[in-house]
Design a protein around this ligand. Sequence first.
Ligand code: PAF
Length: 280
Amino acid sequence: MMQVVDTIEQVRAARWADSAATWGLVPTMGYLHEGHLSLVAASTAENDFTAVTIYVNPTQFAPDEDLNTYPRDMARDLALLAAAGVDWVFTPTDALMYPVGFQTEVRISEVTQMLEGASRPTHLHGVATVVTKLLNIVQPTRAYFGQKDAQQTVVVKRLVADLNINTEIVICPIVREADGLALSSRNVYLSAAQRRAAVVLSQSIATIADEIEAGARDGEALRQQLAALIAAEPLAQLDYVSIANPLTLHEWTTIEMEKGVLVSVAVFFGRTRLIDNRLL
Ligand code: PAF
């Protein structure tokens, strides 16, 4: 039966009750959708036990962002996780995660500077700090993250390698609606018209991916074309487009296919900011 716990002592006691058991961790901010559940399914398939954390981490939101209005539905989340065969759910409070006197931050110097980092300068430091804490608390065999937050996956892999954290990082594919919109807890903010318009992210990325697969290699020309495709949607306001090396996140001048290419975008619909990407 699924156990819901909110202290580090409870997590540690469960984790080390059988030190030979493998544990999968799925860190989330709740308001779960099929994307999260695909991470849970990967974890339950590959580990003896699966733990999910539900914690809306304040340090990854800037003061003008949606921390207070971020969608929450703990009862529904717990029902979904129980049905998905999760063993442990950890629901820490802010006081537990950031007690009085807390003053340490995990900063990754290079791969946090561009893309999300350029638009949201404190976001990835908050993500890196909370993910490090959750990995230290649970000490899982494996931890599962979605490709949808492409830069987050690069940051998490970097910090695990750099800080010698003994957890394998598993990245799972983006889960999409039938029309291609990547699932996100923030999709709930979209009006009906914005929701229809939001297909522009996946469609424009698909167009550019097709061109790259057909041989296009000029990074700047592809970025301009991607920006123009998004600008053609009147409800969309572009934040960034990127055609980058997936390891360094440096923008490609001339794509070197053997090193891979990450096509990514961030777009506002009103005050709602959506991201999407494709890794080739
Ligand atoms: O991807 C998310 O939902 C969050 O950034 C994470 C990894 C749970 C850290 O708060």
